[in-house]
Design a binder for this molecule. Structure first.
Ligand SMILES: Cc1ncc(COP(=O)(O)O)c(C=O)c1O
Length: 391
């Protein structure tokens, strides 16, 4: 007898991951003993620092293993308030802070409390894979704002105005960006903020790559520009990328009080508190001087520059030098291949795995992650260079 699966309608709108097939095939090949070069990583390749691990071990030993307040322990929230003030000139009180299971969860919570089914969310394209699917899960609609390499994949006010409709409720901004590495400066954010304030549009500002920024650029938080945009912005951050803590699942947001209180309510009835032990680890991370992320940044700068030099020599590939994050977004249109074919063939023929641009909305691009050693970058680039000569 055939068993009918009757999934909720909202799940039918969620697209299967276009990258999953590639990444799981790469894993299979690696397990089968093939020498795979992995350019697909979405996380720093450094271990979590020992002092953070020690704090977690201490938390377990001292029995800090029970429920905590839903939105996070007071000690952690107070450190997050200090961090926002020191790094971002943002004043948030502890009751405006929600600690969640990673920045992904923070973004999802924010969208869930803001979006109704008839609302529209604006997402610059290319985008981080999960944004559109999260909007779909809220039952709302996505309008993509197309950007171009000539403007470093950043939206301008003209673009923003073009895509506004009476239903627009939210704009998702991500700076530094995954997948392009572009960084918005203060002037650009000021222009965007003006429109959002004028049209009463909320901004979800995903600042998870804040600490991975190059060439002396300064990260700017849109909410810090003035009181009006502060009142419309949810500032999202976390420890995944800044402290190599992707597996610990600690992200957080700062928001106007009414939004924070709605998110607290949502989290109360969905996930409760984030892991108590990881919260203690996060306290140790935020209490420490920022040496770790500066070290990360220095190392990523060397790798970015090495990769840029290599790609410059390849006539089939074009790129914009990333100003932040750890990805090189390469234009492959001169190869005549679409991004899935490019990624599939590169994996099958040369054992190099990367993410096809279609996952971020652009089929003539691929994303190369430089969260891997220079030795691996060299090996992978040698293979790509030779392969492109053959095809
Ligand atoms: C742009 C962006 N936002 C958010 C996240 C999620 O971070 P977390 O691991 O803290 O959930 C990622 C992770 O890759 C990301 O690239």
């Amino acid at each position: 007898m055939k068993i009918e699966t009757r999934l909720a309608e909202r799940l039918k709108k969620i697209n299967p991951s276009s990258t999953l097939a590639i990444t799981s095939k790469a894993k299979k090949l690696k397990n089968a003993g093939k020498d795979i070069v992995n350019f697909g990583a979405g996380e720093p390749d450094f271990d979590t620092p020992d002092f953070i691990k020690d704090a977690a071990i201490q938390a377990i030993k001292s029995g800090f293993t029970k429920y905590t307040p839903t939105t996070g322990i007071a000690e952690l929230k107070s450190l997050i308030c200090q961090k926002f003030k020191k790094d971002n000139s943002l004043e948030y009180a502890p009751d405006q802070i929600i600690v969640s299971n990673g920045a992904k969860h923070s973004i999802y919570n924010a969208l869930m409390v803001l979006l109704d089914p008839l609302d529209e969310a604006l997402i610059p394209l290319p985008y981080w894979v999960s944004y559109p699917e999260m909007v779909n899960l809220c039952g709302a609609s996505v309008r993509f704002i197309k950007t171009s390499a000539s403007n470093n994949f950043k939206i301008s006010v003209k673009d923003l105005i073009k895509y506004l409709t009476p239903k627009t409720k939210v704009l998702i901004l991500n700076s530094p960006s995954n997948p392009t590495g572009s960084v918005y400066n203060k002037e650009e954010l000021t222009e965007i903020a003006k429109i959002c304030v004028d049209k009463n549009i909320f901004v979800i500002s995903d600042e998870i790559y804040e600490k991975i920024i190059y060439d002396g650029l300064k990260h700017e938080s849109i909410a810090s520009l003035n009181k009006d945009i502060y009142n419309l912005t949810i500032t999202v951050n976390g420890l995944s990328k800044s402290h190599s803590m992707t597996g610990w699942r600690i992200g957080y947001l700062g928001a106007p009080s009414d939004i924070a209180s709605a998110i607290s309510n949502l989290q109360d009835h969905s996930t409760s508190n984030p892991n108590s032990i990881a919260q203690k680890a996060a306290v140790a991370a935020l209490n420490a001087p920022s040496d770790f992320s500066s070290q990360l940044c220095r190392e990523f700068t060397k790798r970015r520059d090495y990769l840029a030099e290599r790609i410059k020599r390849i006539k089939e590939l074009d790129f914009c030098l990333p100003q932040g994050a750890f990805y090189m977004f390469c234009n492959i249109s001169k190869t005549g291949l679409d991004s899935l074919t490019f990624a599939r063939r590169l994996l099958d023929e040369e054992y190099v795995s990367l993410i096809p641009g279609i996952a971020f909305g652009l089929d003539d691009y691929v994303r190369i992650s430089f969260a891997t050693s220079i030795t691996e970058l060299q090996k992978g680039m040698d293979r790509i260079e030779n392969w492109l000569k053959k095809i």
